[in-house]
Ligand binder design. Sequence first.
Ligand SMILES: [Zn+2]
Length: 275
Amino acid sequence: MLLQLLFLAIALVVLFVFFGLIERLWPSIPSQRRFRRGLTTDITWFFWDPLVNRPVTVFTVAVFAVLVAVIAGAGMSGSAIRAWLDRETIFNSQPPWLQAIQLIVLVDLIGYWSHRFFHEVGVLWRIHAVHHSSETLDWLSSVRVHPLNEIGQRMAQALPFLLLGYSPGLLAAVVPLLTLYAIGLHANVSWDFGPLRKVIASPRFHRWHHTSELEGLDKNYSGLLPVWDILFRTYYMPVGRVPAEFGVLGETVPEGLFRQLLYPLRRRPSAAVRG
Ligand SMILES: [Zn+2]
């Protein structure tokens, strides 16, 4: 535990310096401060995510994976469930690189819809609003994710593919890669990747997702491939402009880890406009 805390503290400093540099060289909002409101809250989330969110999520996904295996007829013993997960299917018989490409595309598609549900279903939005509550958006804002949000999205992204028979090892590698990519998407950076702007999600693309400006509400849900937003008509990338306002429109999410953990449970349903 102490070693893990030390590793996370070093990672925080390294990332702070790394993103501090690129956010200074290619800023989306040049006047944005690095020592900004919500920094302490986000630093607490930075430690909370790997120490609490991740193990709780992995445990929950594992429990549901076992349930899926048992329902699918695997049997109750550990070895029977492991054999079911490793059973030969048309999916895991493919070369690993081909499985990896399919998983990246399909996990991102599921990610698009689960993310969209978190915006469009009232009770889910109150959970996801915590992630959108940063009013100064930078790389560190990405860690502000409620555990129920994390569990819901990871279950949606893992269970269908275990049921289909993709390699659990490859799946376990793809999902964290997409999570890591999300850190860069939140950075205060103006990059849109030029001719690839409709191919790969960029910081500018995702910063429009986080804006509280009306024109960008409920847009750009994709985590990696904007093609889903183009296909389902939620793509938004105005030429030559970047968003300036962030946060949740019409409601106030409190600062502080524990108040944010309780926020979805305490708040009464309302027809608040989302940001
Ligand atoms: Zn969102």
